[in-house]
Design a protein around this ligand. Structure first.
Ligand code: ADP
Length: 257
């Protein structure tokens, strides 16, 4: 497997003399993996995600994504990286209330300079596959939490990013809707989408990610593939490395063209 993400001795201090939010983290994530980052509140999960997203820079250490040292990029290149290579979804969806569903999804494509026709085609396709095309012209306020998160997922995927990042993606949803979103993320991963999800929900990590990284006080304290899933996959002739060979349903969602 190719390493999609390489963190080397990554530390982050928000204040020069303050504590470490992330301390000496070294890890690799392979293309096609679905990783859950777990840990108590304040342990550094969001900081770690932000460092990978290029929303923040490490104090020391290196962050390489798809062969590119993103900690060393200029602000302009970093903005391009964020637009083209990562998609992010958040606990509270972060949709723009004044834009329709379609325009929310189209926005990152427009910012990336994708032609309107191509962007519209891809956005329509995603809305259809995520089962929210009937709300295309609606405003987010009219939608349920689960529907809003589907719109946010479509928006995150519109530029076909290598990496989907999710910060507590089911944290604002009821259990049933949270499970639907978890299952949807798993289907996207089975269709080949690499993803990293921050959660403090062990059930979500166990059921919808193939690897769980535990972080406490900014340090990695555990890193394990789901043994049961790995065993089950081996029994079925697959393996957690072969995330791209999902079910027909998964392939239909088709995260990347
Ligand atoms: P988690 O996502 O696990 O709840 P965070 O990454 O948000 O943890 O926070 C890790 C630590 O860094 C906490 O002590 C938090 O207060 C601190 N922190 C996070 N963001 C900032 C910031 N922008 N400025 C200063 N301290 C921050």
């Amino acid at each position: 497997m190719d390493a999609l993400i390489e963190l080397r001795a990554v530390s982050k201090q928000y204040d020069n003399d303050g504590a470490y939010a992330v301390e000496d983290v070294t890890l690799d994530v392979a293309a096609g993996e679905s990783v859950a980052i777990m840990g108590p509140s304040g342990s550094g999960k969001s900081t770690l995600l932000n460092l990978i997203a290029g929303l923040d820079r490490p104090t020391t250490g290196t962050v390489t994504v798809a062969g590119q040292r993103i900690d060393a990029l200029s602000e302009t290149s970093l903005a391009r990286y964020r637009r083209q290579r990562v998609g992010i979804i958040f606990q509270f969806f972060n949709l723009l209330d004044d834009l329709t569903v379609a325009d929310n999804v189209l926005l990152p494509a427009q910012l990336a300079g994708v032609s309107r026709t191509t962007a519209r085609r891809h956005a329509d396709d995603l809305l259809e596959r995520l089962k929210i095309s009937e709300y295309k012209q609606a405003y987010p306020a009219r939608l349920s939490g689960g529907e809003r998160q589907r719109v946010a997922i479509a928006r995150a995927l519109v530029n076909s990013p290598e990496l989907l990042l999710a910060d507590e993606p089911t944290g604002a949803l009821d259990t049933t809707t949270g499970e639907e979103i978890g299952a949807l993320l798993r289907e996207l991963n089975h269709a080949g989408q690499s993803m990293i999800m921050v959660t403090h929900n062990p059930d979500l990590a166990r059921r919808y990610a193939s690897r769980t990284i535990e972080i406490v006080d900014g340090r990695v304290t555990g890193d394990a593939a789901d043994i049961r899933r790995a065993a089950a996959d081996v029994c079925h002739g697959g393996g957690i490395a072969s995330a791209g060979t999902g079910s027909a349903g998964a392939a239909e969602i088709g995260a990347r063209p």
